[in-house]
Write a protein that binds this ligand. Structure first.
Ligand code: FHN
Length: 591
Protein backbone atom coordinates (compact mmCIF):
# COMPACT_ATOMS: atom_id res chain seq x y z
CA UNK A 1 0.00 0.00 0.00
CA UNK A 2 1.32 3.46 -0.90
CA UNK A 3 1.87 5.89 1.99
CA UNK A 4 -0.82 8.23 0.62
CA UNK A 5 -3.42 5.45 0.49
CA UNK A 6 -2.36 4.33 3.92
CA UNK A 7 -2.83 7.82 5.40
CA UNK A 8 -6.26 8.07 3.76
CA UNK A 9 -7.22 4.70 5.18
CA UNK A 10 -6.09 5.67 8.68
CA UNK A 11 -8.02 8.93 8.49
CA UNK A 12 -11.05 7.04 7.27
CA UNK A 13 -10.80 4.63 10.19
CA UNK A 14 -10.48 7.52 12.63
CA UNK A 15 -13.40 9.44 11.18
CA UNK A 16 -15.53 6.33 11.22
CA UNK A 17 -14.37 5.56 14.72
CA UNK A 18 -15.17 9.07 15.95
CA UNK A 19 -18.70 8.87 14.62
CA UNK A 20 -19.19 5.57 16.44
CA UNK A 21 -17.88 7.12 19.62
CA UNK A 22 -20.47 9.84 19.46
CA UNK A 23 -23.22 7.26 19.25
CA UNK A 24 -21.97 5.31 22.21
CA UNK A 25 -20.62 7.79 24.69
CA UNK A 26 -22.35 11.08 24.13
CA UNK A 27 -21.89 12.21 27.71
CA UNK A 28 -18.24 11.26 28.09
CA UNK A 29 -16.37 13.40 25.60
CA UNK A 30 -14.34 15.39 28.13
CA UNK A 31 -12.97 12.49 30.05
CA UNK A 32 -10.30 13.00 32.64
CA UNK A 33 -7.83 10.26 31.74
CA UNK A 34 -7.07 9.64 35.40
CA UNK A 35 -10.64 9.46 36.61
CA UNK A 36 -11.53 6.79 34.11
CA UNK A 37 -9.17 4.45 35.98
CA UNK A 38 -10.98 4.95 39.29
CA UNK A 39 -13.14 1.84 39.01
CA UNK A 40 -10.14 -0.20 37.93
CA UNK A 41 -8.07 0.94 40.92
CA UNK A 42 -10.88 0.02 43.29
CA UNK A 43 -11.65 -3.29 41.59
CA UNK A 44 -8.42 -5.05 42.56
CA UNK A 45 -9.66 -8.51 41.55
CA UNK A 46 -10.73 -9.78 38.14
CA UNK A 47 -11.26 -12.98 36.18
CA UNK A 48 -9.39 -13.87 32.99
CA UNK A 49 -10.97 -16.41 30.62
CA UNK A 50 -9.01 -18.28 27.94
CA UNK A 51 -11.49 -20.04 25.70
CA UNK A 52 -11.32 -20.86 22.00
CA UNK A 53 -10.84 -23.59 19.42
CA UNK A 54 -7.72 -24.78 21.31
CA UNK A 55 -9.95 -25.68 24.30
CA UNK A 56 -11.13 -28.67 22.27
CA UNK A 57 -7.58 -30.09 22.08
CA UNK A 58 -7.02 -30.31 25.85
CA UNK A 59 -3.28 -30.30 25.13
CA UNK A 60 -3.38 -33.16 22.57
CA UNK A 61 -2.96 -33.23 18.79
CA UNK A 62 -3.52 -36.48 16.88
CA UNK A 63 -3.76 -38.30 20.24
CA UNK A 64 -0.28 -37.14 21.26
CA UNK A 65 0.43 -34.69 24.09
CA UNK A 66 1.94 -31.38 22.99
CA UNK A 67 4.30 -29.60 25.40
CA UNK A 68 3.64 -26.09 26.70
CA UNK A 69 0.59 -24.00 27.48
CA UNK A 70 -2.73 -25.16 26.03
CA UNK A 71 -3.60 -22.17 23.85
CA UNK A 72 -0.19 -22.44 22.16
CA UNK A 73 -0.83 -25.98 20.84
CA UNK A 74 -1.05 -24.65 17.29
CA UNK A 75 2.49 -23.27 17.49
CA UNK A 76 4.15 -25.80 19.81
CA UNK A 77 2.63 -28.64 17.75
CA UNK A 78 3.66 -26.89 14.50
CA UNK A 79 0.22 -27.75 13.17
CA UNK A 80 -0.47 -26.96 9.49
CA UNK A 81 -2.72 -23.89 9.32
CA UNK A 82 -5.56 -25.59 7.42
CA UNK A 83 -5.56 -28.52 9.88
CA UNK A 84 -5.85 -26.18 12.83
CA UNK A 85 -8.57 -24.17 11.13
CA UNK A 86 -10.40 -27.46 10.71
CA UNK A 87 -11.03 -27.42 14.47
CA UNK A 88 -13.79 -24.90 13.77
CA UNK A 89 -15.85 -27.62 12.09
CA UNK A 90 -16.18 -29.54 15.35
CA UNK A 91 -16.66 -26.55 17.65
CA UNK A 92 -20.17 -26.91 18.97
CA UNK A 93 -20.41 -26.36 22.75
CA UNK A 94 -24.15 -27.01 22.90
CA UNK A 95 -24.56 -26.36 26.60
CA UNK A 96 -22.24 -23.37 26.76
CA UNK A 97 -23.49 -20.77 29.21
CA UNK A 98 -21.12 -17.81 29.81
CA UNK A 99 -23.34 -16.87 32.75
CA UNK A 100 -21.75 -19.71 34.75
CA UNK A 101 -18.32 -18.08 34.31
CA UNK A 102 -19.53 -14.63 35.26
CA UNK A 103 -21.48 -15.93 38.25
CA UNK A 104 -18.37 -17.67 39.57
CA UNK A 105 -16.44 -14.41 39.21
CA UNK A 106 -19.12 -12.39 40.96
CA UNK A 107 -19.36 -14.83 43.87
CA UNK A 108 -15.58 -14.84 44.28
CA UNK A 109 -15.66 -11.06 44.76
CA UNK A 110 -14.17 -10.25 41.36
CA UNK A 111 -15.16 -6.93 39.85
CA UNK A 112 -14.30 -7.41 36.18
CA UNK A 113 -13.87 -10.19 33.64
CA UNK A 114 -11.60 -10.27 30.59
CA UNK A 115 -12.19 -12.87 27.85
CA UNK A 116 -10.11 -13.92 24.83
CA UNK A 117 -12.08 -12.49 21.90
CA UNK A 118 -9.25 -13.53 19.56
CA UNK A 119 -6.08 -15.24 20.72
CA UNK A 120 -2.88 -15.82 18.74
CA UNK A 121 -4.64 -18.58 16.78
CA UNK A 122 -6.63 -15.92 14.93
CA UNK A 123 -10.08 -17.34 15.69
CA UNK A 124 -12.74 -14.81 16.74
CA UNK A 125 -15.31 -15.70 19.38
CA UNK A 126 -17.53 -12.97 17.96
CA UNK A 127 -19.46 -12.19 14.81
CA UNK A 128 -16.99 -10.64 12.40
CA UNK A 129 -16.64 -9.72 8.74
CA UNK A 130 -13.52 -11.89 8.80
CA UNK A 131 -14.78 -15.43 8.13
CA UNK A 132 -12.63 -17.28 10.73
CA UNK A 133 -15.13 -16.68 13.51
CA UNK A 134 -17.54 -18.60 15.70
CA UNK A 135 -20.68 -17.55 13.82
CA UNK A 136 -19.51 -18.25 10.28
CA UNK A 137 -17.02 -21.07 10.69
CA UNK A 138 -18.54 -23.37 13.30
CA UNK A 139 -21.69 -25.44 13.66
CA UNK A 140 -22.34 -23.55 16.92
CA UNK A 141 -23.09 -20.35 14.93
CA UNK A 142 -23.70 -18.09 17.96
CA UNK A 143 -21.70 -15.06 19.08
CA UNK A 144 -20.04 -16.05 22.38
CA UNK A 145 -18.84 -12.53 23.16
CA UNK A 146 -22.42 -11.27 22.94
CA UNK A 147 -23.57 -13.84 25.50
CA UNK A 148 -20.61 -13.04 27.72
CA UNK A 149 -21.37 -9.32 27.63
CA UNK A 150 -25.02 -9.94 28.51
CA UNK A 151 -23.98 -12.03 31.50
CA UNK A 152 -21.53 -9.37 32.74
CA UNK A 153 -24.23 -6.72 32.49
CA UNK A 154 -26.71 -8.97 34.29
CA UNK A 155 -24.32 -9.46 37.23
CA UNK A 156 -23.05 -5.87 37.24
CA UNK A 157 -19.43 -6.72 36.41
CA UNK A 158 -17.15 -4.61 34.26
CA UNK A 159 -15.72 -6.47 31.30
CA UNK A 160 -12.92 -6.42 28.79
CA UNK A 161 -11.86 -8.11 25.58
CA UNK A 162 -8.47 -9.74 25.17
CA UNK A 163 -7.34 -9.24 21.58
CA UNK A 164 -4.05 -10.54 20.16
CA UNK A 165 -3.16 -7.61 17.93
CA UNK A 166 0.35 -8.63 16.98
CA UNK A 167 0.45 -12.42 16.78
CA UNK A 168 -2.00 -14.11 14.46
CA UNK A 169 -0.87 -17.53 13.34
CA UNK A 170 -3.44 -17.86 10.57
CA UNK A 171 -2.48 -14.62 8.86
CA UNK A 172 0.49 -14.40 6.55
CA UNK A 173 2.64 -11.41 7.53
CA UNK A 174 1.39 -11.15 11.10
CA UNK A 175 3.74 -12.05 13.94
CA UNK A 176 4.25 -15.50 15.36
CA UNK A 177 3.83 -18.19 12.71
CA UNK A 178 7.40 -19.33 12.07
CA UNK A 179 6.68 -22.93 11.11
CA UNK A 180 4.22 -22.79 8.20
CA UNK A 181 5.55 -21.76 4.79
CA UNK A 182 4.12 -18.49 3.54
CA UNK A 183 3.11 -17.20 6.95
CA UNK A 184 6.33 -15.50 7.97
CA UNK A 185 6.25 -11.94 9.29
CA UNK A 186 6.90 -9.07 6.94
CA UNK A 187 6.47 -5.35 7.42
CA UNK A 188 4.06 -5.06 4.49
CA UNK A 189 2.26 -8.26 5.42
CA UNK A 190 1.78 -6.97 8.93
CA UNK A 191 0.26 -3.73 7.63
CA UNK A 192 -2.13 -5.71 5.47
CA UNK A 193 -3.15 -7.89 8.41
CA UNK A 194 -3.54 -4.82 10.61
CA UNK A 195 -5.68 -2.88 8.15
CA UNK A 196 -7.74 -5.79 6.89
CA UNK A 197 -8.25 -7.87 10.00
CA UNK A 198 -6.98 -6.55 13.32
CA UNK A 199 -8.16 -2.93 13.19
CA UNK A 200 -11.55 -3.79 11.63
CA UNK A 201 -12.04 -6.44 14.31
CA UNK A 202 -11.18 -3.98 17.07
CA UNK A 203 -13.80 -1.69 15.57
CA UNK A 204 -16.32 -4.51 15.54
CA UNK A 205 -15.60 -5.39 19.14
CA UNK A 206 -15.91 -1.79 20.25
CA UNK A 207 -19.08 -1.00 18.35
CA UNK A 208 -21.12 -4.20 18.51
CA UNK A 209 -21.52 -4.53 22.27
CA UNK A 210 -22.12 -1.03 23.68
CA UNK A 211 -19.78 0.29 26.34
CA UNK A 212 -16.66 -1.83 26.83
CA UNK A 213 -14.53 -1.26 29.93
CA UNK A 214 -11.13 -2.74 28.99
CA UNK A 215 -9.33 -3.67 25.81
CA UNK A 216 -6.59 -6.14 26.70
CA UNK A 217 -3.86 -6.33 24.09
CA UNK A 218 -1.02 -8.85 24.32
CA UNK A 219 2.54 -9.75 23.20
CA UNK A 220 3.35 -6.50 21.35
CA UNK A 221 6.97 -7.44 20.72
CA UNK A 222 8.51 -5.82 17.64
CA UNK A 223 5.50 -3.53 17.09
CA UNK A 224 6.50 0.00 16.20
CA UNK A 225 5.23 2.95 18.17
CA UNK A 226 3.15 4.03 15.16
CA UNK A 227 1.51 0.61 14.96
CA UNK A 228 0.65 0.55 18.68
CA UNK A 229 -0.60 4.12 18.40
CA UNK A 230 -2.93 3.20 15.57
CA UNK A 231 -4.64 0.59 17.75
CA UNK A 232 -4.81 3.08 20.57
CA UNK A 233 -6.34 5.82 18.44
CA UNK A 234 -9.02 3.56 17.03
CA UNK A 235 -9.95 2.19 20.45
CA UNK A 236 -10.08 5.58 22.14
CA UNK A 237 -11.93 7.25 19.30
CA UNK A 238 -14.71 4.67 19.54
CA UNK A 239 -14.76 4.33 23.31
CA UNK A 240 -13.19 7.34 25.06
CA UNK A 241 -13.56 5.80 28.52
CA UNK A 242 -12.04 2.44 27.63
CA UNK A 243 -8.99 1.33 29.62
CA UNK A 244 -6.18 0.09 27.38
CA UNK A 245 -3.83 -2.56 28.73
CA UNK A 246 -0.08 -1.99 28.84
CA UNK A 247 0.57 -4.74 26.32
CA UNK A 248 -0.59 -2.49 23.51
CA UNK A 249 3.16 -1.88 23.52
CA UNK A 250 5.49 1.09 23.39
CA UNK A 251 4.30 2.30 26.79
CA UNK A 252 1.03 3.53 25.36
CA UNK A 253 -1.31 1.65 27.71
CA UNK A 254 -3.26 3.14 30.59
CA UNK A 255 -1.65 0.80 33.09
CA UNK A 256 1.32 -1.54 33.34
CA UNK A 257 0.98 -5.28 32.99
CA UNK A 258 3.44 -7.36 34.95
CA UNK A 259 4.84 -10.44 33.25
CA UNK A 260 2.55 -13.46 33.52
CA UNK A 261 2.52 -14.92 37.05
CA UNK A 262 5.09 -12.38 38.18
CA UNK A 263 4.46 -10.28 41.25
CA UNK A 264 6.84 -7.42 42.03
CA UNK A 265 9.00 -7.51 45.16
CA UNK A 266 8.36 -3.91 46.07
CA UNK A 267 5.33 -1.62 45.99
CA UNK A 268 4.94 0.03 42.60
CA UNK A 269 3.56 3.54 42.67
CA UNK A 270 1.73 3.27 39.35
CA UNK A 271 -1.34 1.32 38.21
CA UNK A 272 -0.58 -2.30 37.35
CA UNK A 273 -2.19 -5.68 36.92
CA UNK A 274 -0.80 -9.21 36.99
CA UNK A 275 -2.40 -12.05 35.00
CA UNK A 276 -2.13 -15.34 36.85
CA UNK A 277 -2.82 -18.99 36.02
CA UNK A 278 -4.37 -21.46 38.48
CA UNK A 279 -2.11 -24.24 37.16
CA UNK A 280 0.52 -23.68 34.45
CA UNK A 281 -1.70 -23.24 31.41
CA UNK A 282 -4.18 -20.54 30.42
CA UNK A 283 -6.41 -22.64 28.17
CA UNK A 284 -7.64 -26.01 29.40
CA UNK A 285 -5.11 -28.86 29.30
CA UNK A 286 -6.21 -32.13 30.75
CA UNK A 287 -2.71 -33.23 31.82
CA UNK A 288 -1.85 -30.07 33.75
CA UNK A 289 -2.45 -31.08 37.37
CA UNK A 290 -0.16 -28.48 38.93
CA UNK A 291 -2.97 -26.62 40.65
CA UNK A 292 -1.94 -23.81 42.97
CA UNK A 293 -3.50 -24.01 46.42
CA UNK A 294 -6.25 -21.64 47.50
CA UNK A 295 -3.89 -20.39 50.19
CA UNK A 296 -1.34 -19.52 47.52
CA UNK A 297 -3.93 -17.75 45.37
CA UNK A 298 -5.18 -15.72 48.33
CA UNK A 299 -1.62 -14.85 49.28
CA UNK A 300 -1.12 -13.59 45.73
CA UNK A 301 -4.35 -11.58 45.78
CA UNK A 302 -3.64 -9.85 49.10
CA UNK A 303 0.01 -9.36 48.19
CA UNK A 304 -0.79 -7.87 44.77
CA UNK A 305 -3.16 -5.34 46.35
CA UNK A 306 -0.56 -4.49 49.01
CA UNK A 307 1.90 -3.69 46.20
CA UNK A 308 -0.72 -1.50 44.45
CA UNK A 309 -1.78 -4.01 41.81
CA UNK A 310 -4.83 -5.74 40.39
CA UNK A 311 -4.97 -9.52 40.35
CA UNK A 312 -6.42 -11.13 37.21
CA UNK A 313 -6.98 -14.80 37.93
CA UNK A 314 -7.46 -17.11 34.97
CA UNK A 315 -9.88 -19.93 34.22
CA UNK A 316 -9.52 -22.15 31.16
CA UNK A 317 -12.98 -23.62 30.48
CA UNK A 318 -13.20 -27.06 28.87
CA UNK A 319 -14.38 -27.49 25.31
CA UNK A 320 -18.06 -27.60 26.35
CA UNK A 321 -17.63 -24.36 28.30
CA UNK A 322 -17.71 -25.99 31.73
CA UNK A 323 -15.13 -24.77 34.23
CA UNK A 324 -12.65 -27.43 35.48
CA UNK A 325 -13.77 -28.58 38.92
CA UNK A 326 -10.34 -27.74 40.41
CA UNK A 327 -10.90 -24.09 39.41
CA UNK A 328 -14.47 -24.08 40.71
CA UNK A 329 -13.34 -25.51 44.04
CA UNK A 330 -10.71 -22.79 44.45
CA UNK A 331 -13.04 -19.99 43.42
CA UNK A 332 -15.67 -21.18 45.91
CA UNK A 333 -13.04 -21.20 48.67
CA UNK A 334 -11.98 -17.69 47.67
CA UNK A 335 -15.63 -16.68 47.77
CA UNK A 336 -15.97 -18.00 51.32
CA UNK A 337 -12.85 -16.11 52.37
CA UNK A 338 -14.06 -12.91 50.72
CA UNK A 339 -17.35 -13.04 52.66
CA UNK A 340 -15.38 -12.44 55.86
CA UNK A 341 -12.36 -10.51 54.60
CA UNK A 342 -13.38 -8.56 51.50
CA UNK A 343 -12.80 -5.20 53.18
CA UNK A 344 -9.05 -5.94 53.00
CA UNK A 345 -9.37 -6.11 49.19
CA UNK A 346 -12.37 -4.18 47.78
CA UNK A 347 -11.27 -0.64 47.03
CA UNK A 348 -8.24 -1.16 49.26
CA UNK A 349 -5.11 0.95 48.97
CA UNK A 350 -1.59 -0.48 48.99
CA UNK A 351 0.73 -0.96 51.93
CA UNK A 352 2.40 2.13 53.38
CA UNK A 353 5.60 0.05 53.39
CA UNK A 354 7.52 -0.44 50.17
CA UNK A 355 9.05 -3.80 51.02
CA UNK A 356 7.53 -7.21 51.58
CA UNK A 357 7.18 -9.05 54.87
CA UNK A 358 7.84 -12.72 55.52
CA UNK A 359 4.43 -13.23 57.17
CA UNK A 360 2.13 -11.65 54.55
CA UNK A 361 1.11 -8.18 53.51
CA UNK A 362 -0.62 -4.92 54.44
CA UNK A 363 -3.56 -3.23 52.71
CA UNK A 364 -5.54 -0.21 53.88
CA UNK A 365 -8.80 1.71 53.76
CA UNK A 366 -9.51 5.12 55.27
CA UNK A 367 -9.25 4.81 59.06
CA UNK A 368 -8.12 1.17 58.93
CA UNK A 369 -5.34 -1.05 57.80
CA UNK A 370 -5.12 -4.80 57.49
CA UNK A 371 -2.43 -7.34 58.30
CA UNK A 372 -3.05 -10.17 55.85
CA UNK A 373 -1.24 -13.07 57.48
CA UNK A 374 -0.32 -16.02 55.27
CA UNK A 375 2.53 -17.46 57.36
CA UNK A 376 1.49 -17.49 60.99
CA UNK A 377 4.68 -16.53 62.90
CA UNK A 378 5.97 -19.13 65.37
CA UNK A 379 6.45 -16.30 67.89
CA UNK A 380 2.73 -15.39 67.47
CA UNK A 381 3.92 -11.84 66.97
CA UNK A 382 3.93 -9.50 64.02
CA UNK A 383 6.08 -6.41 64.33
CA UNK A 384 6.08 -3.23 62.27
CA UNK A 385 9.06 -0.89 62.20
CA UNK A 386 8.64 2.87 62.26
CA UNK A 387 4.86 2.97 62.64
CA UNK A 388 4.09 6.57 63.60
CA UNK A 389 0.29 6.45 63.83
CA UNK A 390 -1.50 5.74 67.10
CA UNK A 391 -3.59 2.56 67.00
CA UNK A 392 -7.12 2.63 68.44
CA UNK A 393 -7.97 -1.05 68.24
CA UNK A 394 -6.90 -4.27 66.50
CA UNK A 395 -8.82 -7.52 66.03
CA UNK A 396 -8.92 -10.53 63.74
CA UNK A 397 -11.79 -10.29 61.25
CA UNK A 398 -12.64 -13.97 61.69
CA UNK A 399 -14.21 -14.32 65.13
CA UNK A 400 -13.53 -10.67 66.06
CA UNK A 401 -10.65 -11.80 68.34
CA UNK A 402 -8.85 -8.83 69.96
CA UNK A 403 -5.13 -8.34 69.28
CA UNK A 404 -3.02 -6.66 71.97
CA UNK A 405 -0.50 -4.03 70.89
CA UNK A 406 2.87 -3.53 72.61
CA UNK A 407 6.12 -1.84 71.62
CA UNK A 408 9.84 -2.56 72.06
CA UNK A 409 10.91 0.92 71.07
CA UNK A 410 11.78 0.14 67.45
CA UNK A 411 8.87 -2.15 66.53
CA UNK A 412 5.13 -1.98 67.21
CA UNK A 413 4.14 -5.53 68.11
CA UNK A 414 0.81 -7.21 67.38
CA UNK A 415 0.36 -10.07 69.85
CA UNK A 416 -1.66 -12.75 68.08
CA UNK A 417 -3.48 -15.78 69.42
CA UNK A 418 -1.52 -19.04 69.20
CA UNK A 419 -3.26 -20.32 66.08
CA UNK A 420 -4.25 -18.90 62.69
CA UNK A 421 -7.96 -18.07 62.50
CA UNK A 422 -8.21 -18.84 58.79
CA UNK A 423 -6.82 -21.79 56.83
CA UNK A 424 -5.63 -19.46 54.06
CA UNK A 425 -5.02 -15.85 55.09
CA UNK A 426 -5.99 -14.55 58.57
CA UNK A 427 -6.72 -10.84 58.56
CA UNK A 428 -6.14 -8.45 61.46
CA UNK A 429 -8.09 -5.22 61.15
CA UNK A 430 -6.30 -2.27 62.76
CA UNK A 431 -8.32 0.86 63.46
CA UNK A 432 -6.71 4.31 63.44
CA UNK A 433 -8.07 7.86 63.70
CA UNK A 434 -5.14 9.62 62.04
CA UNK A 435 -3.65 8.97 58.57
CA UNK A 436 -1.30 6.00 58.43
CA UNK A 437 2.33 7.14 58.50
CA UNK A 438 5.34 4.84 58.58
CA UNK A 439 9.08 4.96 58.07
CA UNK A 440 9.47 3.42 54.61
CA UNK A 441 13.13 2.42 54.75
CA UNK A 442 14.46 -1.03 54.00
CA UNK A 443 14.90 -2.45 57.48
CA UNK A 444 15.95 -5.56 59.32
CA UNK A 445 13.03 -7.86 60.07
CA UNK A 446 11.78 -8.48 63.59
CA UNK A 447 13.10 -12.08 63.42
CA UNK A 448 16.58 -10.58 62.87
CA UNK A 449 16.97 -11.51 59.20
CA UNK A 450 17.96 -8.86 56.71
CA UNK A 451 16.64 -9.69 53.25
CA UNK A 452 17.89 -7.56 50.38
CA UNK A 453 15.74 -8.34 47.35
CA UNK A 454 17.43 -7.53 44.05
CA UNK A 455 14.27 -5.79 42.90
CA UNK A 456 14.48 -3.51 45.94
CA UNK A 457 18.01 -2.38 45.07
CA UNK A 458 18.95 1.14 44.08
CA UNK A 459 21.59 2.48 41.67
CA UNK A 460 21.33 -0.40 39.27
CA UNK A 461 24.23 0.95 37.23
CA UNK A 462 23.45 -0.40 33.79
CA UNK A 463 22.34 -3.67 35.35
CA UNK A 464 19.16 -5.27 34.10
CA UNK A 465 16.81 -6.38 36.87
CA UNK A 466 14.00 -8.52 35.46
CA UNK A 467 11.69 -11.17 36.97
CA UNK A 468 13.02 -10.11 40.36
CA UNK A 469 16.63 -10.93 39.49
CA UNK A 470 19.84 -9.34 38.26
CA UNK A 471 20.56 -11.59 35.31
CA UNK A 472 23.53 -11.77 32.97
CA UNK A 473 24.68 -14.47 30.62
CA UNK A 474 27.98 -13.20 29.27
CA UNK A 475 29.80 -10.00 30.06
CA UNK A 476 29.60 -8.75 33.64
CA UNK A 477 27.83 -5.43 33.68
CA UNK A 478 26.63 -2.94 36.32
CA UNK A 479 25.95 -3.55 39.99
CA UNK A 480 23.13 -3.59 42.53
CA UNK A 481 23.21 -1.75 45.84
CA UNK A 482 21.09 -1.40 48.97
CA UNK A 483 21.02 1.00 51.92
CA UNK A 484 19.36 -0.71 54.87
CA UNK A 485 18.67 -0.15 58.51
CA UNK A 486 20.19 -2.55 61.03
CA UNK A 487 18.26 -2.58 64.30
CA UNK A 488 20.46 -5.00 66.26
CA UNK A 489 24.31 -4.84 66.40
CA UNK A 490 25.99 -8.17 65.90
CA UNK A 491 27.47 -10.95 63.76
CA UNK A 492 25.63 -12.03 60.62
CA UNK A 493 26.05 -14.82 58.12
CA UNK A 494 26.24 -13.31 54.61
CA UNK A 495 24.53 -15.31 51.87
CA UNK A 496 24.02 -14.75 48.18
CA UNK A 497 20.87 -16.27 46.68
CA UNK A 498 20.88 -17.10 42.98
CA UNK A 499 18.50 -19.15 40.85
CA UNK A 500 18.80 -21.27 37.74
CA UNK A 501 17.11 -20.73 34.40
CA UNK A 502 13.74 -22.34 33.64
CA UNK A 503 12.21 -23.27 30.33
CA UNK A 504 8.74 -21.78 30.58
CA UNK A 505 7.41 -24.38 28.13
CA UNK A 506 8.24 -26.96 30.82
CA UNK A 507 8.51 -25.13 34.14
CA UNK A 508 8.48 -28.32 36.22
CA UNK A 509 11.76 -29.57 34.68
CA UNK A 510 14.86 -28.81 36.79
CA UNK A 511 16.40 -25.41 36.08
CA UNK A 512 19.67 -25.08 34.18
CA UNK A 513 22.34 -23.65 36.45
CA UNK A 514 25.79 -22.13 36.22
CA UNK A 515 28.24 -21.39 39.03
CA UNK A 516 31.80 -20.18 39.52
CA UNK A 517 31.02 -16.52 38.80
CA UNK A 518 33.21 -13.90 40.46
CA UNK A 519 31.66 -10.91 42.19
CA UNK A 520 32.88 -8.10 44.39
CA UNK A 521 30.95 -7.46 47.60
CA UNK A 522 31.19 -3.92 48.86
CA UNK A 523 30.00 -3.83 52.46
CA UNK A 524 30.13 -0.33 53.91
CA UNK A 525 33.11 0.51 51.70
CA UNK A 526 35.12 -2.70 52.28
CA UNK A 527 35.58 -4.69 49.06
CA UNK A 528 35.77 -8.49 49.03
CA UNK A 529 36.09 -10.63 45.89
CA UNK A 530 34.11 -13.91 46.17
CA UNK A 531 33.15 -16.89 44.03
CA UNK A 532 29.47 -17.72 43.59
CA UNK A 533 28.96 -21.47 44.04
CA UNK A 534 26.00 -23.49 45.26
CA UNK A 535 26.73 -24.43 48.89
CA UNK A 536 23.20 -25.66 49.38
CA UNK A 537 19.75 -25.42 47.86
CA UNK A 538 16.46 -24.48 49.52
CA UNK A 539 12.82 -24.05 48.53
CA UNK A 540 12.12 -20.49 47.51
CA UNK A 541 9.26 -19.06 49.55
CA UNK A 542 6.26 -18.35 47.28
CA UNK A 543 8.16 -19.15 44.08
CA UNK A 544 6.71 -22.24 42.43
CA UNK A 545 9.24 -22.36 39.64
CA UNK A 546 12.67 -21.86 41.18
CA UNK A 547 14.74 -23.20 44.04
CA UNK A 548 17.18 -20.89 45.76
CA UNK A 549 20.88 -21.79 45.38
CA UNK A 550 22.65 -20.39 48.41
CA UNK A 551 26.30 -19.25 48.50
CA UNK A 552 27.58 -19.01 52.05
CA UNK A 553 30.04 -16.10 52.24
CA UNK A 554 30.90 -16.40 55.93
CA UNK A 555 30.49 -13.99 58.81
CA UNK A 556 30.30 -10.19 58.82
CA UNK A 557 29.83 -7.66 61.61
CA UNK A 558 27.05 -5.06 61.36
CA UNK A 559 26.42 -2.01 63.52
CA UNK A 560 23.02 -0.55 64.37
CA UNK A 561 22.04 2.23 61.92
CA UNK A 562 22.18 2.61 58.14
CA UNK A 563 24.45 0.18 56.27
CA UNK A 564 25.25 -0.24 52.62
CA UNK A 565 25.94 -3.31 50.50
CA UNK A 566 26.75 -3.58 46.81
CA UNK A 567 27.20 -6.61 44.57
CA UNK A 568 29.44 -5.97 41.56
CA UNK A 569 29.64 -8.87 39.07
CA UNK A 570 33.18 -9.32 37.68
CA UNK A 571 33.13 -12.55 35.68
CA UNK A 572 30.14 -14.60 34.56
CA UNK A 573 30.13 -18.32 33.75
CA UNK A 574 27.63 -19.44 31.12
CA UNK A 575 28.51 -23.07 30.32
CA UNK A 576 24.91 -24.25 30.80
CA UNK A 577 23.38 -21.11 29.27
CA UNK A 578 21.94 -20.15 32.65
CA UNK A 579 24.42 -17.40 33.52
CA UNK A 580 24.22 -15.46 36.75
CA UNK A 581 20.84 -14.64 38.26
CA UNK A 582 20.95 -12.88 41.62
CA UNK A 583 17.68 -12.84 43.57
CA UNK A 584 18.67 -11.79 47.09
CA UNK A 585 21.42 -11.08 49.51
CA UNK A 586 20.62 -12.35 52.99
CA UNK A 587 22.15 -11.50 56.34
CA UNK A 588 21.19 -14.01 59.01
CA UNK A 589 21.96 -13.17 62.65
CA UNK A 590 24.36 -15.56 64.38
CA UNK A 591 23.04 -16.29 67.86
O1 FHN B 1 1.04 -15.79 24.80
C1 FHN B 1 0.07 -15.34 25.69
C2 FHN B 1 -0.48 -16.47 26.54
O2 FHN B 1 -1.02 -17.43 25.74
C3 FHN B 1 -1.52 -15.90 27.49
O3 FHN B 1 -2.61 -15.39 26.77
C4 FHN B 1 -0.91 -14.82 28.34
C5 FHN B 1 -1.83 -14.18 29.33
O4 FHN B 1 -1.23 -13.10 29.92
N1 FHN B 1 -0.38 -13.76 27.48
C6 FHN B 1 0.61 -14.22 26.51
C7 FHN B 1 1.94 -14.41 27.12
O5 FHN B 1 2.28 -13.39 27.97
Amino acid sequence: MKIKDYVILVLYVLILATSYSQNINESTIDIDQNDKLDWFRDARFGMFIHYGLYSQCEGYWNDKPVKGIGEWIFKFGEIPVEDYKGLAKTFNPKNLDPETWVKLAKEAGMKYVVITSKHHDGFALFDSAHPFNVVDATPYKKDIIEQFVEACRKYGLKFGFYYSQNQDWTESGAQGNDWAKGYEYSKEGFQKYMQEKALPQIKELLTQYGKVDVIWFDTPYKMSKEESKEFLDVAKAIQPTIIVSGRIGNELGDYVQMEDNNLPKIRQDFDWEVPVTMNHTWAYKKDDHHWKSTKYLLWQLTYAVSMNGNYLLNIGPKSDGSVPEESVKRLKEVSKWMKVNNEAIDGAKPSPYKHEFSWGSITQQTGKFYLNITEWPTSNKIALYGLKTQIDKASLLEGNIPVKITSDGAFTIFNLPSKATDPYVSVVKVEISEPLIVDEILVQRYDGNIVLETEASINTTGAKVRFGALTMFGKAKGSVQWNFMVVYDGKYKLELITTGRKRMSNPMAPAMFDQGHLVNINLNGALNKVEVVKDYEEKAPKDLYNNFKVTDLGMVELKQGMNSLEVIPLKIENANKAGFSLRQVRLVPVK
